[in-house]
Ligand binder design. Structure first.
Ligand code: FNR
Length: 193
């Protein structure tokens, strides 16, 4: 199974980037083919239809292709003001915007339709970014993603990782594993053929 993992943060010491690292390593150990994407490595401007009319940025096209190639995704979403950050919204808006000049990508949902998505979040607060997931879920459904019922919000994230970036608490690892297991299980069953 090809699994795409990414965090909605580009911060150097991001908890969500660390959580993405944890789940990516777990998935590899279980035989998944994992792409751990860092959004900081893509030059994606703030969405603007006038700018888009001059051509979809090359890194947006790269992102569309990568997203399309992976039937299973896990998103680690920070929480900003009880919702998800603009970085995630902007990335998903570009992903879903049709490329009118390109017959392959004129279908705006080509890179998101049918993806099985697992949601994780991490926050230094007690709720772990749960409200971020609550806002992200309807957006993903509108992109025709299938959301895994299992999800996990890691609270008190400042104390949750050891120096190697692993989760210190076995209970937290089990919760992440439950999301991962369900995403891989469902994505295998939704694959055509
Ligand atoms: C936050 N943070 C935050 N945390 C939370 O649990 N609930 C919230 O509503 C908010 N709101 C919020 C707004 C803004 C503008 C910022 C910058 C931050 C704190 C946030 O969880 C914290 O900065 C995390 O460390 C962000 O995630 P990464 O970068 O560590 O992955």
């Amino acid at each position: 199974m090809r699994l795409l993992v990414f965090a909605g943060s580009t911060r150097q010491h991001s908890y969500n980037r660390r959580l993405a690292g944890v789940v990516a390593r777990m998935a590899r150990q279980q035989g998944a083919e994992v792409t751990h994407l860092e959004l900081a490595e893509f030059e994606v401007p703030m969405y603007n239809a006038d700018l888009e009319a001059g051509g979809t940025p090359p890194d947006v096209m790269r992102l569309k292709q990568i997203a399309w190639e992976h039937p299973a995704w896990i998103i680690c979403a920070p929480e900003y003001n009880a919702s998800y950050p603009a970085l995630l919204k902007n990335t998903l808006d570009w992903l879903s915007s049709p490329v009118k000049s390109d017959p392959l990508w004129s279908d705006g949902l080509r890179s998101t339709r049918g993806k099985v998505v697992g949601l994780l979040s991490a926050s230094p607060g007690a709720l772990g970014g749960l409200r971020s997931q609550g806002h992200l879920a309807p957006l993903l459904l509108s992109l025709h993603c299938w959301l895994a019922p299992e999800h996990y919000a890691l609270g008190r994230a400042a104390e949750a990782f050891d120096a190697a970036g692993e989760l210190v608490d076995d209970g937290a690892r089990r919760r992440v594993q439950a999301v991962l297991g369900q995403v891989l299980w469902a994505a295998a069953r939704l694959q055509p053929g």
